[in-house]
Design a binder for this molecule. Structure first.
Ligand SMILES: Cc1cc2nc3c(=O)[nH]c(=O)nc-3n(C[C@H](O)[C@H](O)[C@H](O)COP(=O)(O)OP(=O)(O)OC[C@H]3O[C@@H](n4cnc5c(N)ncnc54)[C@H](O)[C@@H]3O)c2cc1C
Length: 391
């Protein structure tokens, strides 16, 4: 993309590129191929970034971030993805962080934010329940006040990395008798609390990302309530706009298109390069044009953030287009690989190393149009917020 970068920004890009070259974990970790890292490798990477002051790279200086401009963040993401380095876990950094800055009290900010920025405490997100996904406001996990504690009972599901997390930010029902949105509160729950049971869910890629979390008489100090009782729905929606912007994954899609192009030029079928097969270059060009449009939209959303505003309904548009593009790129990779891309699990070698894990990635990315609120629900959000329709 031909943005006009200032000499300082170009110098900054060089600095980030150089640092990534020297510090990004080696590729055998599987990052580029969509194989999840183990917890120790992921944490070591995040702590290396933290020691440079770059883990909480979207945060202002006063909360332990580098205080970068929108352009610097954009450059950083591009260089991180281009180096094939893993994305940092989003739950503390991209979701809870902004919520605590906006709704947390000073004690909460001082207790939690520095450890997120240092990469020493991991978080998970306890929103979804078996009966509450798209219709999140129907959640049933109950928090009953008992002196200076809440007693929490219920079940969460699809909880990414609950098995890694030290803490869970959790939506609970504190008031069963009021209109349902008004009865929800936002609690911070220590995952080592007695009464928490975590059961794994293995996804189609053969990996353990997800869990069920059962809460039985879990005692949570009242001081772990963020905002006011009953303010949970407002906080949850605020957090979701940040989550959706993160999911768009523009820098990573750019990296993936680069990989697709390289493979198409390098890989040979019937004596000629794949790129010379009918329709292949057109297909890649279409993806690239879509990516360019998405990149501009993403920059507009980042600009809004830079002006101190939370992302609005455009975060839903970004989520839809960003995930559609991720899916389209992974589909193109599988199509181009043909039989070389057949292995279903990342432990099986593909016919050509270029197509290792193409199907694994394709399979896992089916979920991207579901998590963070399904794409159908994003269309409802856009209809309500931008077109003024609905209820
Ligand atoms: C890989 C992965 C990771 C996840 N990680 C987390 C996590 O860490 N924490 C967490 O809390 N949750 C997590 N989730 C859960 C995710 O947020 C939910 O799956 C999602 O919100 C959809 O809810 P549901 O699965 O209950 O589907 P349902 O709500 O049952 O929806 C089923 C289908 O119906 C459609 N639909 C439903 N209502 C409407 C409507 N009103 N209009 C149009 N279409 C509609 C949906 O779009 C979908 O296609 C994760 C999910 C996945 C797949």
């Amino acid at each position: 993309m031909n943005l006009d970068f200032s000499p300082q920004e170009l110098q900054f890009r060089e600095e980030v590129r150089q640092w990534m070259r020297e510090n990004a974990p080696p590729d055998p970790a599987g990052v580029k191929l969509g194989i999840p890292l183990d917890k120790a490798t992921q944490m070591a990477w995040e702590q290396r970034l933290a020691s440079k002051g770059w883990l909480a790279y979207t945060w202002p200086k006063e909360y332990g971030g580098p205080g970068w401009t929108v352009t610097q963040r954009h450059i950083f993401e591009e260089e991180r993805a281009a180096a094939g380095a893993p994305n940092s876990g989003p739950f503390g950094l991209a979701m809870l962080g902004p919520v605590l800055m906006a709704f947390g009290n000073e004690r909460q900010q001082q207790r939690y934010l520095p450890r997120i920025a240092a990469g020493t405490e991991l978080w998970c997100q306890g929103y979804s329940e078996p009966g509450a996904g798209s219709d999140l406001a129907s959640l049933k996990t109950q928090a009953r006040r008992d002196g200076d504690h809440y007693v929490v009972n219920g079940q969460k599901i699809w909880t990414t990395q609950a098995h890694w997390a030290d803490w869970m930010f959790c939506l609970v029902r504190t008031h069963p008798d009021v209109p349902r949105q008004q009865g929800i509160s936002f609690l911070l729950i220590d995952m080592r609390s007695p009464g928490i049971e975590i059961r794994p869910i293995i996804t189609i890629d053969g990996h353990h990302h997800l869990n069920e979390v059962f809460l039985t008489d879990v005692r949570v100090p009242v001081e772990n309530l963020v905002g006011q009782e009953g303010q949970g729905w407002t906080i949850a929606k605020y957090l979701l706009t940040f989550e959706r912007t993160t999911i768009a994954g523009v820098a990573d899609s750019k990296y993936e298109i680069g990989r697709l192009k390289a493979v198409a030029v390098r890989h040979r079928v019937d004596g000629h390069a794949l790129i010379d097969e009918p329709g292949v270059s057109e297909r890649i060009a279409e993806l690239e044009i879509d990516l360019l449009a998405l990149e501009y939209t993403n920059l507009r959303a980042l600009d809004r953030l830079a002006r101190g505003k939370a992302p609005g309904a455009e975060s839903s548009g970004l989520k839809i287009r960003g995930t559609e593009l991720q899916q389209a790129i992974s589909e193109a990779m599988v199509d181009l690989g043909g039989q070389d891309a057949l292995p279903w699990l990342s432990t099986e070698p593909a016919g050509d190393p270029a197509f290792d894990s193409a199907t694994v990635r394709y399979n896992f990315l089916r979920a991207s149009s579901i998590y963070g609120g399904s794409n159908e629900i994003q269309k409802n959000v856009i209809a309500k917020q931008l077109l003024g329709g609905g209820h």
